[in-house]
Design a protein around this ligand. Structure first.
Ligand code: 5GP
Length: 196
């Protein structure tokens, strides 16, 4: 996705530990116009799928999920990283190790918001080792719902997340695929250079 790639080149910062900081448009401040374009692009890529709900994880997955959901005319459910006091015990849970925070969270989604006939599009901001996305697939599947695909805003293709998800049979669509973050430089996979 050209617009996203340009934004990463213009405003992304490579941190020393293989982390890309994109706080100015995705992880802290949100570029609203870009978020709308991202939502539309996800919907275009998954147009052949019947989707009844979008599932993501708080907090940075919410904006791109919401714009995709608005375009699809469906609702969004976000997994919580910490159980809210307003939640009862009727929850699906999964353990997720956070790549950036180096801690394990038990993610939860209330049983009220997933049904066995749901067709779920999972969306997240980043794909690194795939722990967040795998945790979300687990939570969704505990309800009996079907994961129709996984949409990722920025994939770090030098980590094994995509492979783990594809090996389990999931369709993964990433809007920007990063081949390397070496020498403080973002290098994209060539197949990522497509006109928007
Ligand atoms: P994974 O679970 O695939 O290892 O990592 C994905 C999660 O870690 C995402 O939800 C995202 O919050 C965070 N993450 C992983 N790599 C990066 C990165 O390079 N930059 C930022 N900002 N977040 C990342």
């Amino acid at each position: 996705m050209k617009l996203l790639r340009e934004k990463i080149e213009e405003s992304g910062t490579v941190l020393s530990n293989g982390v890309l900081k994109v706080d100015s448009f995705l992880n802290h401040q949100i570029d609203a116009k870009l978020a709308i374009a991202i939502g539309k692009e996800f919907v275009k890529r998954f147009k052949d799928e019947e989707i009844t709900k979008v599932v993501t994880i708080e907090s940075s997955g919410i904006a791109p999920s919401l714009t995709a959901a608005i375009e699809l005319g469906v609702d969004v459910v976000f997994a919580r990283k910490k159980k809210s006091i307003t939640m009862n015990d009727q929850v699906y849970t999964s353990e997720v190790y956070s790549f950036t925070k180096k801690e394990t969270n038990t993610i939860t989604i209330s049983k009220d918001f997933l049904a066995k006939d749901d067709k779920i599009l999972i969306i997240d901001d980043f794909l690194a080792n795939g722990q967040a996305a795998l945790g979300l697939t687990s939570v969704v599947e505990q309800s009996g719902a079907t994961v129709v695909g996984i949409g990722i805003v920025i994939e770090k293709s030098f980590q094994n997340g995509r492979q783990s998800l594809v090996d389990k049979g999931y369709r993964v669509e990433s809007l920007a695929r990063i081949q390397s973050l070496k020498n403080e430089t973002v290098t994209f996979l060539e197949d990522n250079v497509t006109a928007q």
